[in-house]
Design a protein around this ligand. Sequence first.
Ligand SMILES: Cc1ncc(COP(=O)(O)O)c(C=O)c1O
Length: 359
Amino acid sequence: MAVRVRPDLAGITGYVPGRTVPGAVKLASNESGIGPLPSVVQAMASAGELINRYPDNNASVLTAKLAAKFGVDTEQIVVGCGSVMLCQQLIQATCAQGQKVAFGWRSFEAYPLLTRTAGAEPLMVPITEQQALDLDALADAVIAEADNVGLVFLCTPNNPTGTTLSREEINGFLAKVPGDITVVLDEAYREFATDGSPDGTEFLVDDNGNPRDNVVVLRTFSKAYGLAGLRVGYAIGHPALLNAVRAVHVPFSVNSLALAAAEVSLDAEDELTERVGTVTTERARVTDELKALGLPVTESQANFVWLALGEGTAAFDAFMQEHKVIVRAFAGDGARVTISTPDDNDAFLRAIRDYAGQA
Ligand SMILES: Cc1ncc(COP(=O)(O)O)c(C=O)c1O
């Protein structure tokens, strides 16, 4: 007799991470190319001495520090095992079986997977030709199925295209969609945005200064803070929504080393800002060169660039791999390339100059 598993999981293969190939430069996962700060290593070593104990399930110290940083109450913060787990918790907290989770496509590749494994259904709205989220079309799609939509993800800067949403676009969207639908502003790459796009936390209140209970901002320590391997992210939002997110938290899923590292990282903002500055300078250098080569690159506001290569994506991916550079390819759409250290970026540029010569 075959084991009984949920039939709706048939065909779902799980998340496919960026590849790591020995000897190749990995530019496939939007990680920081620089190792951890010395203060972070020190804090983890000290926390390691207490590793026989469970972590603080409420992440009290980190929560208090984040609340102070953003000028909010501690019940407006939830810490999670990476912001990806908070995405999952938000879906679980808002969507009943068969309800819809709306998002632009292409966007973060975990959204459809997390939606389906929660028993919900993706409502995917194509991005524009300029590779940006189409908030008018997304609002129309949400309104058309309003009773059945539990949550919307707005990813800004958008992974993998790097485009951001303007204040007018977000305000317009929030004014149009019903106020009982949760809108998640996924800002995993916020620290890299230099285009004056708004900080999602400003939408936690409406124009009259009244709190919105349906808006939540997601941030992570994985990207600008360089702690991808530790798995820690956080949500900022209204207590009414975050209490439901806390209800579906997997106990002790944020470990003690991650908490200690995130806490000290918040004391090292100057060093981290400098690191982010190096990435944004490198992003401009790489983007200019890709443009000069005549390649279809978007103006990214994140720590990666996006090449909308369409049907040429698979061949580009294979070429890069042959040249020992691992990018993240989405067949038929394009390739995302992480901005890393100047040396890694140079390796990518050398390979792509060859590609452009051949293409
Ligand atoms: C848009 C977006 N959101 C969330 C995440 C999850 O990041 P983490 O779970 O490492 O915090 C990622 C990771 O790539 C991402 O690109």
